[in-house]
Design a protein around this ligand. Structure first.
Ligand SMILES: [Fe+2]
Length: 169
């Protein structure tokens, strides 16, 4: 894996674990080990796919499932795009990892607006790319509202050091 992808993955894992542990304190039943593995591994096929132009979420999923890690593969598969609208009162491992990835730009925690602004600059040159990003933005807002309604904290509180207490791996 490229160095900057490793740093990104470590920060995504810290955010995802922080959210999962807090959500479980509020009665959610998130599998912490699954979130840890999937967030650390979510981009593990990306370095190779940058060369081959393949879909790194799909490729990561196939490789993990091939090694017998079925659920980790499923969560990795959905880190870019969630397959279905989730349960309105329960947060899934897929949603936590997907959301954490959207809050980490490179290795820095940012608000969704900032991450999407960067994504639009990089991938929104064509109308189809902008349309997809618009859908992703709406999807992830729903997830953000659900997570932070349960946690009763402001989404921006994430950026102010809460996550610093998470493992430094
Ligand atoms: Fe990715």
């Amino acid at each position: 894996m490229l160095e900057h992808i490793i740093h990104h993955s470590l920060e995504v894992a810290r955010v995802a674990l922080f959210l999962s542990l807090e959500l479980n304190k509020k009665g959610q039943r998130i599998d912490i080990a699954l979130v840890e593995a999937a967030s650390l591994l979510h981009d593990f096929a990306k370095t190779e796919c940058l060369k081959t132009k393949e879909d790194h979420a799909k490729m990561g999923c196939q490789l993990l499932k091939g090694m017998g890690y079925e659920r980790v593969g499923e969560v990795v598969a959905q880190h870019i795009r969630l397959e279905k609208e989730g349960n309105p009162s329960a947060v899934s491992e897929e949603e936590v990892v997907n959301y954490a990835d959207k809050r980490v730009m490179h290795d820095r925690i940012v608000p969704l607006e900032e991450r999407f602004k960067d994504l639009i600059e990089r991938y929104g040159k064509q109308p189809s790319g902008r349309k997809t990003l618009g859908q992703l933005n709406r999807e992830i807002r729903r997830v953000e509202n659900k997570i932070f309604m349960i946690l009763q904290i402001d989404p921006n509180a994430l950026a102010s050091g809460l996550v610093k207490e998470m493992p430094q791996f």
